[in-house]
Design a protein around this ligand. Structure first.
Ligand code: PLP
Length: 398
């Protein structure tokens, strides 16, 4: 028996993702006075830096010391009033949680049911909005990257559908696991509120979350929304102008955030997105070669953040994950609610490269044998082939 595990643990769950050493070092700097003269530069850099990640000039970035769930709540209560109708789309577990939160807050969510195997359907959203002649629906809420299923919703097309029927509802997007991994364009896509978090594409530990807010949503919040105090956007925007916060911010997380934004721009956001897409494609090739099924079956909507894999009938995904963890020190994501024990999720997001992906996939392939799951060998080799045939742009010339 040994209790020591040699080498690095592979944290291949779709968030939290592995935190790069550069970020860990940045976070380890001394905490400073958040009302003192040195703090303003830290706060301003964080707020300005996040605008470049959301791709917004006009949007207002709000940073909460909370997990993503807190920022979900902030988005709803700053803009909506009790009894307001909101149109939400069932992409998977996270869309269901956001819908349940809306209910608990006294909103009246209308839920477009989905099968968890693709992103939100803009046509279905357009149809509901067209029928809402009195404009009673105040917001459309969509999850960008559905972390429970590995599907990406076409946000630009959802906006186009809203515009096509001339509906004035706010567009709210949960990009907690999409931002900084999958292309997201706040201004260009006409998003009114984007909710995000630190522990997925941003490569930070869990602990801070974001709202990016359009002028339209900010204006509504000034006189509207629900009773609130801690989550109030207006309390934030005043002090934020000079780089400060109304209450103690997560100072060390902001050090980490500034490092993360710098790293993302050093690599280039478009290269970051391409890297994730390429790893998604290689992972799907592995899954198919194993003879297993990818949960997302909408072509073009498969996520570069994670891949959810359906287990063959009669086999437990959780038992399989336990085998992979015990033998190869790789953590895989579990199936959530409706797909509990039926799928496992491979996270391929954040600070991640080809060799790490192949290490992960070979651990899974060995785990499939070890756990006696019926499959074909050669999945890892199929992924290697995809990587070899799709050389990243910055290496293509060499
Ligand atoms: C992780 C996640 C959440 C929840 O965020 P917490 O930080 O756990 O509160 C919500 N939505 C999506 C899409 C997520 O990936």
């Amino acid at each position: 028996m040994t209790s020591r595990k040699a080498g690095r643990h592979f944290l291949q769950i779709p968030g939290p993702s592995a935190v790069p050493d550069r970020i860990l070092r940045a976070i380890s700097a001394q905490t400073i006075d958040h009302r003192g003269p040195d703090f303003a530069a830290v706060g301003k850099a964080a707020l300005e830096g996040m605008k470049t990640i959301f791709k917004t000039d006009a949007g207002h970035v709000i940073i909460f010391p909370a997990s993503g769930t807190g920022a979900w709540e902030a988005a709803l209560i700053n803009t909506l009033s009790e009894g307001d109708r909101v149109l939400m789309y069932e992409t998977g577990h996270f869309s269901m949680l956001w819908m349940k939160m809306a209910k608990r807050l006294g909103l009246a969510p209308e839920f477009i049911e989905g099968d968890w195997r693709g992103g939100a359907d803009p046509d279905a959203i357009a149809e509901r909005l067209r029928a809402d002649k009195g404009h009673e629906i105040k917001a459309v809420c969509v999850v960008h990257n559905e972390t429970s299923t590995g599907s990406v919703s076409p946000i630009a097309e959802v906006r186009a559908a809203m515009d096509a029927v001339g509906h004035p509802a706010l567009l709210m997007v949960d990009s907690i696991s999409g931002l900084a991994s999958v292309d997201f364009r706040f201004d260009e896509w006409g998003v009114d509120v984007c909710v995000s978090g630190s522990q997925k594409g941003l490569m930070l530990p869990p602990g801070i979350s974001f709202n990016c807010v359009s002028d339209k949503a900010m204006e509504i919040s000034r006189g509207g929304g629900m009773r609130r105090s801690y989550w109030d956007w207006q309390d934030m925007t005043g002090p934020n102008e000079t780089g400060y916060f109304p209450y103690t911010p997560a100072t060390n997380m902001l050090y980490g955030l500034n490092e993360a934004v710098a790293m993302l721009h050093e690599e280039g956001l478009e290269n970051v997105f391409a890297r994730h897409a390429r790893h998604g494609a290689a992972t799907r090739a592995a899954v198919r070669a194993w003879g297993l099924e990818v949960l997302c079956r909408q072509q073009g909507q498969e996520s570069g953040v994670l891949t959810a894999v359906l287990m063959p009938e009669g086999h437990s995904a959780d038992a399989f994950r336990a085998t992979v963890l015990a033998h190869f020190d790789i953590s895989l994501g579990n199936g959530l609610s409706k797909v509990a024990d039926r799928v496992f999720r491979i996270g391929h997001l954040g600070d991640f490269n080809d060799a790490m992906l192949i290490g992960t996939l070979s651990g899974i392939e060995m785990g499939l044998s070890k756990a006696g799951i019926p499959h074909s060998t050669g999945g890892t080799a199929a992924a290697m082939k995809v990587l070899e045939e799709n050389v990243p742009q910055h290496l293509a010339a060499e």
